[in-house]
Design a protein around this ligand. Structure first.
Ligand SMILES: [Zn+2]
Ligand SMILES: [Zn+2]
Length: 273
């Protein structure tokens, strides 16, 4: 399993097109996609699934059953609403086949535009993607209270007094921490006003070679051709590229990506290979 450091977040997992993508951010207690489920992911409470291609959700039954077997309360699994009922049926059938009982599990259907509060101060915004089956991205933001500008410079006890008197002294602001863009052909940067500022961007880049342009279009994946323009749209300090086609050896991936990156982008881009 690969582990990449992005400031104070560590992204662990693996990602290979059509094989499996599963990524965990331990500090945020979340998983993006679960194409397989390593045992070390079982204790993580929140799972955000991008779409129902097997390489992105095949690990769900293991996640659900291992939590159940170990007496851990069900995790929160968020899935695109199209397909939720089929997944439910699948989990229950596997569960009955496995032990004659239905495991405890918790699925939440999501759709583009949803805001999902999870943990005390985090929210996931559901973003539109563009793929062969309904596919969503996630932008996870930290919610913070920020002192309203009219109270800047006031001494602490004075602010405390205003608060006691019922004055709303703070605004709620959101800090975009991490965005996950699973399988997609295009990226709609305007789908959320904070998307371009996310500190960490995880984005697929399945196809690299000129002869695979048609394949990228047909299977609705990103191609290296579009990468420079895409990176230019993002202010992110850290960018992780994922989901490379398994036809490319790692050395070739490094070389091809390196060749199209500007010197600034070379210092912020990491490859999950
Ligand atoms: Zn995939
Ligand atoms: Zn896919």
């Amino acid at each position: 399993m690969v582990s990449l450091c992005c400031g104070n977040l560590e992204i662990e997992g693996e990602s290979s097109s059509a094989v499996a993508t599963y990524l965990r951010v331990k500090e945020l207690d979340l998983i993006f996609d679960l194409g397989r489920c390593p045992m070390s992911f079982i204790g993580t409470s929140h799972v955000f699934i991008s779409h129902f291609h097997l390489d992105h959700y095949f690990g769900i039954p293991i996640y659900v059953s291992q939590r159940w077997l170990n007496g851990i309360p069900p995790g929160n699994i968020y899935v695109p609403k199209e397909g939720t009922d089929q997944l439910r049926e699948l989990i229950e059938r596997i569960s009955l086949l496995d032990c004659g009982k239905v495991w405890d599990y918790h699925l939440t259907p999501v759709e583009v535009g949803d805001n999902i509060p999870f943990r005390e101060n985090l929210v996931a915004h559901v973003l539109p993607l563009d793929h062969r089956v309904p596919s969503v991205g996630y932008l996870v933001c930290e919610r913070r209270a920020k002192l309203k500008s009219e109270f800047f410079g006031l001494p602490g006890p004075e602010i405390a007094r205003l608060r006691r008197d019922g004055v709303a002294v703070t605004d709620r602001v959101e800090l975009p921490l991490i965005a996950y863009l699973g399988d997609t052909r295009t990226v709609a940067i305007d789908s959320h006003p904070l998307l371009k500022q996310c500190q960490v961007l995880i984005c697929e880049c399945t196809f690299l070679l000129p002869e695979h342009r048609a394949r990228a279009a047909q299977t609705m994946h990103l191609h290296l051709d579009t990468l420079p323009a895409l990176l230019e749209m993002f202010e992110s300090e850290h960018i992780i590229l994922t989901h490379f086609s398994r036809r490319y050896p790692p050395e070739m991936i490094r070389k091809r990506i390196h060749a199209v990156l500007s010197p600034e982008d070379r210092s912020r881009v990491q490859l999950l290979i």
